[in-house]
Design a protein around this ligand. Sequence first.
Ligand code: ZN
Length: 471
Amino acid sequence: MSEDGFVTRAVVFPLDVSPSEERLLMSYCGARRFAYNWVLASVKGNLETRRAEREAGVPEAELTPSVPWNAKRLGTLWNSVKGEVAPWWREVSMHAFRSGIVDASQALENWSKSRSGERKGRRVGFPRFKKRNKSVPSVSFVELNHQLSWLHENRHAIRLMLPRSTADPVVKRRRGELAWLHTTTSTRRLYRLIEQGRASIQKVTVAKRGGRWQASMLVRYQFDARPVPKPRQRYGGTIGVDAGVKHLATLSRPVPGLTDYDGCVTNPRALESHLRRLTRLDRAIARCEKGSRNRRRLLDRRARLHGRIAKTRALHLHHLTNALAGGFDVVAVEDLNLAGMSNRKRRLGRALADASLGELRRQLDYKTLDHGSILQPVDRFYPSSKTCSACGLVKAKLALHVRTFICDDSRCAMSLDRDVNAARNIAREATRILEQPAEQQDVAGLRPETGNAEPRPRKTMPAHAGMAAVA
Ligand SMILES: [Zn+2]
């Protein structure tokens, strides 16, 4: 969240495209890929030429001039050579080429900054050429004027603003065919926000991910004052969340309509069958000979299944996080790393659990802001699963396969589902942290990674978008 009164978020609209629209979109994505690769090839060739000339002793002033890396100057260069390298350029809109050039320029910049140490994190290599079958087909459109033209007021549709000013009737017809793309969700809300001047579309990226076309809009929202929690949320109080693999999550107490009798948010049935299929596939892959064609095919299928699992989980996570952020005052979660460690030995994919916990945190992060609730992370060293939620006694060890927590204290002897116990402890620990005076909260090892871990007693709440999740 920035402080200038605006926040930028991606809003994704799944698209429902016809075969002819798909063909046209593919040609746009192809043109973008062409421009991207053209930039890389020009820069790479140029760098090599200059290096060879330097080695041959050519003085610095007489070297072949360097190819610019700046997107604007690359655009000018492209315009001067496009007739030669891409005589078909008239068939697609300049948006497609610009999108490729801007992305390539950004990739080159990342590479050079990483090399000079200006960019932190993992080393970035020289950008790779985009292969037709390996890269995600995608193309971006940037058009800051005529904001309302992107969306249809009432229908589920977005419009790609392709300039129609061409004399070629074939091109004109092609562009007309691609004017409106049907979305599977409503665009009305965003339309209204733009109409009221509270949002603007910065960029629209159309891409085919996991076999489906989608339009991802980068939207800049104006934010209002942070909303005050509703009575419903205050009544809900604090809820503890323990994310897992077996269940999507476990809450510190059962919530009607969201969890089962114990407090577990069960995985959707579709996900269960996906997970069963994944186990079967894993076994089949293990039986295959390494390097065989069959194994490659199964690995391919496994990757697609993984994508489907991730998508199904994310969808249900949205349902869960909406309910959590909108129904409670404080949402308590484990710190990210803790879950990563505790799930390591669980059988079905640590990566899956980590991914969904990360996604849970990401969604809760902005949704709690939207609803005026607090997201309170609990320290990673807090023994949430080993503590008795009734008497507070901490066990020395609790093996991962033990699904029921039984208190060692004979007077307490509480017996509870392991995850429910952990969720209750997380809720209690969050309450303890929030009740501490603000100065001590840092001592307690609280890292407000989210920027949202602020204690409730504040006179002025930070301003924020009053926009609920659109994702
Ligand atoms: Zn106990």
